[in-house]
Design a protein around this ligand. Sequence first.
Ligand code: SAH
Length: 210
Amino acid sequence: MTSQRSRDRLVRQLRDMGIESETVLASIRSTPRHIFIDEALASRAYDNTALPIGQNQTISQPYIVARMTEALLEAGDLDKVLEIGTGCGYQTAILAQLARRVYSIERIEVLLAGARERFHTLNYRNIKAKYGDGTRGWPEHAPFQGILVSAAPAKIPDALMEQLAVGGRIIIPIGHSGGQKLLSVVRTRTGFVEKNLDPVSFVPMLKGTG
Ligand code: SAH
């Protein structure tokens, strides 16, 4: 159930669904998603579905993780990436294989603790994760070439726009549950250029810490 065969099957499904980036597919193939979820759900770890991770939150669907990561990589090589909504840490682990350094913020302390433990167990050394409100970004480490947001605000927080490098991009779901859209926003020398990707369904981005 948690074998390489089930991971290979998932990768084939993602390819069929339109994911083209070989680097993204390779990182999905090599990342043990079953380590990021409850043991009771391990048999479904390589299904292309979102699953509960406790605290009313979910691990994102593999297709969405792949789609967002692929969209983020359009900016070219990634040096520093900021992620909002660490959750169980699966998306963080995927990013850690594709960027030099990943900064991740989570507002629910027990989820952050679980994710940190997994990063340690799996030996990801280029992830720095903290407990806090991601709507403020992480100014000490800005600017970021990429920002990936896994919870949906009503509008893009100003701090995240400010902390994006010129030429960098932010991938973010926007809107209320039932009607969210995934946006890719590139920062140019003179402003921001927005592209609409897919309709999506994320948990809401909440202010403050949980
Ligand atoms: N990529 C994660 C997604 C988890 S769900 C995974 O696959 O596990 C989204 C996460 O965003 C939740 O853990 C939620 O607590 C977190 N979140 C919501 N609002 C936030 C905020 N303002 N700052 C930081 N994290 C936030």
